[in-house]
Design a protein around this ligand. Sequence first.
Ligand code: PHE
Length: 340
Amino acid sequence: MRQQLAEIEARALAAVAAAASAEQLAELRVAYLGKKGELTAVSRMMGGLSAEERPAMGALVNQTKDKVEQALSARMAELRQAEQAARLAAETIDISLPGRAPQRGSRHILSLVQEQIEDIFIGLGYRIAEGPEVEYDYFAFEALNLPPDHPARDMQDSFYFSERMLLRPHTSPVQVRTMQKMQGELPVKIISPGVVYRRDDDATHSPMFHQVEGLLIDKRVTFADLNGTLLAFARQMFGEERQIRLRPSYFPFTEPSAEVDISCFNCGGAGCRLCKGTGWIEILGSGEVHPHVLEMSGYDPEACSGFAFGMGIERVAMLKYGITDMRLLFDNDIRFLHSF
Ligand code: PHE
């Protein structure tokens, strides 16, 4: 029996040492120590021994079982450790890889130009006013002297939500909103940059574009003030040599009205492709605020007067940076956007 035990022990230990997985170890445990296991079978044979032999043999069987048991747990611990080491090795992070820098963004050219315009007028003492893009017909047209069915609405009639609400076709409603908020107080001196919407769509017109409105009302504001203000703006924006020219025009909310051109900064006025040979480039619409417009929003045309203007930011940006197609401003091509 001793010999048998020694033989089983040797076999069991060799098998445990060779086991390569937890499952194999579990199988070995059953095969040697389980109810029908080899060592269990040996202990059952104890019954056939004499009373003198029994204690010594019993101890030997137990020792053998213990040894096999210990070998099993030791091997199990080894396998666990190896498995963990393998997992750690597989999950190693290479901290020497260079990082991925986030891409630097840049300001959109329209934002830049809008800010330049704002800076110039803030320097002249104007403050910035804002108004909604979804506007009432009343502010967009009626209070600007464009009653329903006025033919001049055709130039601008555009995106309606209902009978009374539309996407504003110009920033001029902010004139009305500002006057009504200020309730007759003087001076009114604001510019209002923002998005406007019209039905145009070609290389030089977009259905969505940006304007800056300007409004000055005080005791005695004349056309000379308008002229001087716009000249100061043109020179700061496009260079000290610039001249401006006012051409008679028509807007229902200004009287008299003028279209304002600046002398072409490309050719200096001699005539080139940019100015279509005329030496002048149109940049905005303007005029003296119509007495009826003042009156409708609580200002007495006998006691004060004012001028207003509206310029397209895209136009200013295109002229200043020589951009020939307005759609480039909205395509969001990174190469274009990064070039300013
Ligand atoms: N609102 C006019 C337009 O969009 C421009 C303008 C503004 C003209 C203020 C005169 C005074 O064309």
